[in-house]
Write a protein that binds this ligand. Structure first.
Ligand code: SF4
Ligand code: SF4
Length: 161
């Protein structure tokens, strides 16, 4: 079964669609991953990227992020209506940093401890928010996570403050 049946995309499926940056680039510093594997009529990410790093020839094509142009700024993260873009930073030795869109309450703050959620919404450990900013009503939250969980973590619950 694939993501169309399960609703959860796998690493292998993203690789096959050429949506995972090369390992060397992932380890160099933050870069966006658009987990947007279907041909849908949307090109918002293309237009909002200040670095012209997202390419699409026709509006229904899959967005392609240029690993040389993307600096991992995260501007695209809260502006994707599908909440499908994440920034991943694997440049540090023990921790990874994931910037993800967040639209729940309580409002996130730097320093908050969070429960890390996988793609199925299941708890898989704890992390800490290291950066927060907001676009319209969506937050972009950067979370420090165990490095080996970088691909799994795609959501958070904020623990009681
Ligand atoms: S993270 Fe920044 S540079 Fe990279 S694709 Fe998104 S908006 Fe563009
Ligand atoms: S804005 Fe989001 S949903 Fe639209 S094409 Fe880009 S990644 Fe896909």
């Amino acid at each position: 079964m694939g993501f169309k049946e399960t609703g959860i995309i796998t690493y292998e499926e993203l690789l096959e669609k050429q949506l995972i940056p090369p390992k060397e680039r992932l380890e160099k510093g933050p870069i966006a991953i658009a987990e947007c594997p279907e041909e849908i009529p949307c090109n918002i990410c293309v237009n909002v990227c200040p670095f012209n790093a997202i390419k699409m020839n026709k509006i229904y094509e899959i967005p392609r992020i240029d690993p040389e142009k993307c600096i991992g700024c995260g501007v695209c993260v809260p502006q994707c209506p599908g909440l499908a873009i994440f920034v991943v930073d694997l440049s540090k030795p023990e921790k990874a940093y994931i910037t993800l869109p967040y639209e729940f309450l309580p409002a996130p703050s730097k320093g908050d401890r969070v429960t890390l959620l996988n793609r199925a919404g299941e708890p898989i450990g704890d992390g800490t928010i290291v950066k927060v900013w907001q676009y319209d009503k969506t937050w972009a939250v950067t979370v420090e996570v165990p490095k080996d969980k970088w691909f799994e973590v795609r959501g958070i619950w904020i623990q009681k403050k």
